[in-house]
Ligand binder design. Structure first.
Ligand code: PGA
Length: 246
């Protein structure tokens, strides 16, 4: 069975004291749910020290090189030494505003694998693609070009977040049918590329205006294994309600 996961992506929000206060309020009351928060990297250390048991801390981004002359960048070993246990790869904001394409994201996947660093691979189509009815082939291409080169052993237990770009930060959430249809397709592609065991072991999270009011319905989709939450993860009570939706 795929692990259930609830993720809070704090993006470029909060100052140090706010981040410290927020992490104290985040409690994972579910034995079988993995909870991870992604603060700004400069706060990873403080947030790791202040977190409650059952909560993990991750990095929103990392560089492909282990060290050296890359001003402003952070390596996996630096992030790990600050307390990060997992990284985000390919969030749509990195793709859109920092020109991260499928080729670079494949390198990040390989860097994470080489460093034994857990990651969440994000994918999702922009509105234009959805309106043209091409969302399935678009997302399939994102996965094929950056992730599905992994071996079966490497793919087992991996985490994918499907985040339709038109739903991120817009208040427009994918419907039950839209989410389930994409998630089912992703699982089918993994099944076709690998096998049923691998497909059933990959967690597929939904992201995009998921909040305390709709998490219950989204998490009830058979192929949705949790959520990647942006705005609603910035308040402890709304984030904890989402965790408790399970
Ligand atoms: P949102 O962000 O919940 O604010 O839509 C989701 C995300 O980008 O991870």
């Amino acid at each position: 069975m795929a692990q259930k996961i609830v993720v809070g992506n704090w993006k470029m929000n909060l100052e140090l004291n706010e981040a410290k206060e927020l992490i104290q309020g985040i409690k994972n009351t579910q034995d079988d749910v993995r909870v991870i928060v992604f603060p700004s990297s400069v706060f990873i250390n403080a947030v790791s020290e202040g977190k409650n048991e059952g909560v993990e801390v991750g990095a929103q981004n990392f560089h492909t090189e282990p060290k050296g002359a890359f001003t402003g960048e952070l390596s996996i070993s630096q992030l790990r030494s600050s307390g990060a246990t997992v990284g985000l790869i390919g969030h749509s904001e990195r793709r859109a505003y920092f020109s991260e394409g499928n080729e670079l994201l494949k390198m990040k996947v390989d860097t994470a694998m080489a460093n034994n660093f857990d990651f969440i691979f994000c994918c999702g189509e922009p509105l234009m693609i959805r309106e043209a009815g091409k969302e399935l082939e678009f997302v399939k291409m994102q996965l094929e070009e950056s992730l599905l080169h992994l071996t079966k052993e490497q793919m087992m237990g991996k985490v994918i977040a499907y985040e339709p770009v038109w739903a991120i930060g817009t208040g427009v959430t994918a419907s039950f049918d839209q989410a389930e249809s994409m998630h089912r397709s992703i699982r089918t592609w993994i099944h076709e590329r690998y096998d049923a065991e691998t497909a059933n072991n990959v967690s597929i999270l939904y992201g995009g205006s998921c909040n305390q009011a709709n998490a219950n319905e989204l998490f009830s989709c058979p192929n949705v294994d949790g959520g990647l939450i942006g705005g609603a993860s910035l308040k402890a009570d709304s984030f904890c309600t989402i965790i408790d939706s399970y």
